[in-house]
Design a protein around this ligand. Sequence first.
Ligand code: TXA
Ligand code: MG
Length: 313
Amino acid sequence: MKTKLTRSPDVAAQDVRKGGIVAFPTETVYGLGAAIFEVQAIAKIFEAKRRPADNPLIAHVGETGQIAKLTSVIPESAQKFIERFFPGPLTIVLKKAETVPQIATAGLDTIGIRMPGNAVANEFLTACRTPVVAPSANVSGRPSPTTWQAVREDLDGRIDCILQGEPTQIGLESTVVDCTVDPPIVLRAGAVSLESLRETVGGTTAYVYREMNEARSPGMRHKHYSPSAAVVLDGEGRPRDNNIKTAFIGLDGPAWSPKLLRVCGSVEEYAREVFEFFRECDRQGIETIVCQPVEEKGIGIALMDRLRRAAES
Ligand code: TXA
Ligand code: MG
């Protein structure tokens, strides 16, 4: 299959309407989309990404009116989150409508729904005229793509089209909050913080990481965000040995000379850059990436979550 490159949301949306699979930018990371009622196209997403079949997809909408096609039960908590955070980097999990195909939700009776806060994504989704299911547009297990070039690196020849946009503004995947339970539970940390969710719906809680194995959110069980290089989280910011093929990313420059160095001006910049830095390390044959930990507040919570997962061997 030849993968088309386009900057036109309309051209990309036509491919979705014809049953194709299309990568597109959002404010978090690039997604790989198919029309939600095209079962064969959804199967192609799992195949192209080599994604385990037990990992459900998020449905993306261009306008809130489309939510009614996905669920018939919107509890008050979800209504409040939608009013405050849509469009934006938040996915809410609700009971799914019967008409939503099983393959989209990996057999679950719930569905994750999100409305991206990015103009190109919005134009594209609106032109698709249907909710679009989309996981991140990477090969499973690899860092999520934050540029269209990173999508091409993983999926060229395996998907119909890439909608070329700017590098993503946030760089980490959306916050996922389960609203089928009361109080709601945050299943994945992201740019929408637990504190701001709590301001909207008091009592919203965080899912405890150690319990992830029994996973409410099946995807959290799988290995994630990993470059080929070993990732080390180190408060001292020092390499473990004298290997010259070592890289460093953090907020303060290290006292040694890594082969590849990224010093970020803020935690937001660190979050935005980290996945692309991991990929660059792989391109350059880096063997160990030392990551400086950050304070766990705001987006620092999501960043530390991704760094810990990348560091798991
Ligand atoms: O920012 C994002 O959310 C990006 C962009 C493309 O929108 N998408 C994304 O999709 O990160 P993906 O498939 O890589 O991650 C989706 C996560 C997985 O951990 C999955 O298990 C969880 O959301 N999820 C999806 N549907 C769910 C459901 N019904 N119940 C619980 N967890 C769900
Ligand atoms: Mg993913």
